[in-house]
Design a protein around this ligand. Structure first.
Ligand code: ATP
Length: 203
């Protein structure tokens, strides 16, 4: 099923065409990896898909009222709170009675192999552990579409692989769009795209 359709999406900054009539259909149950040189417009494209900025021309259509989440390059956590408290804040925004919090938190933490960190203060975690908590936070809302800007940046090879494996296995029914400029191995079932001269192509 087509979850997200870009038609003719064009964006200029200061007279420079960053996105040039981008056409693409993203389908559910797929992981798309978008690469491209620094400054090629990857983050701009994610921002337009998320609705944070508007295209100068063209359209972004979503199939129905889909929940979309965005993992930023430097996502914030409350470092003085525990992992569980951080997840609770995220969950309570959507579910003010917090019903189902415990089960959701446990399931998500297990997916990212950090259930044993549940009561640890975020300030005491390693970089890789924090990244997993940020990812867990994103999935607390049970989103349909997840946009990730370099989700494995600043991590060592072992952590990168294990985080990508977790995303692949636990969330295979979602539409996931990952921006990456690393030459890293990406999940084997992902669809590789490249932004070149403002247009989105299969790699
Ligand atoms: N708000 C803005 N105002 C002006 N120019 C911008 C703005 N946002 C992005 N740009 C420019 O648009 C181009 C694309 O930026 P973008 O951040 O999308 O690239 P990117 O492919 O994500 O780069 P990187 O891999 O380095 O993160 C760059 O030349 C950037 O300087």
């Amino acid at each position: 099923m087509i979850m997200l359709k870009l038609t003719n999406v064009t964006k200029n900054f200061n007279g420079k065409k960053v996105l040039n009539h981008v056409h693409f259909e993203f389908k559910d149950g797929n992981i798309y990896v978008i690469r491209g040189e620094s400054g090629s417009g990857k983050t701009t494209l994610l921002n337009i898909i998320a609705g944070y900025i508007h295209a100068d021309e063209g359209e972004v259509e979503r199939a129905g009222d889909l929940k979309i989440e965005y993992l930023f390059q430097d996502d914030m956590l409350f470092s003085n709170l525990t992992v569980q408290e951080n997840l609770y804040i995220k969950y309570a925004v959507l579910h003010p009675d917090a019903a189902g919090f415990e089960k959701t938190a446990h399931d998500v933490l297990r997916s990212f192999h950090i259930i044993d960190l549940i009561d640890r203060k975020v300030s005491m975690l390693s970089g890789g552990e924090k990244r997993r908590v940020q990812l867990a936070n994103v999935f607390m809302s049970n989103p349909d579409i997840v946009l990730m800007d370099e989700p494995t940046s600043k991590l060592d090879a072992k952590n990168r692989k294990s985080i990508l494996d977790a995303i692949t296995h636990a969330f295979r029914n979602k539409l996931i769009i990952i921006v990456s400029h690393e030459n890293d191995q990406m999940p084997s079932n992902s669809i590789h795209l490249k932004l070149v001269n403002g247009s989105l192509q299969y790699e």
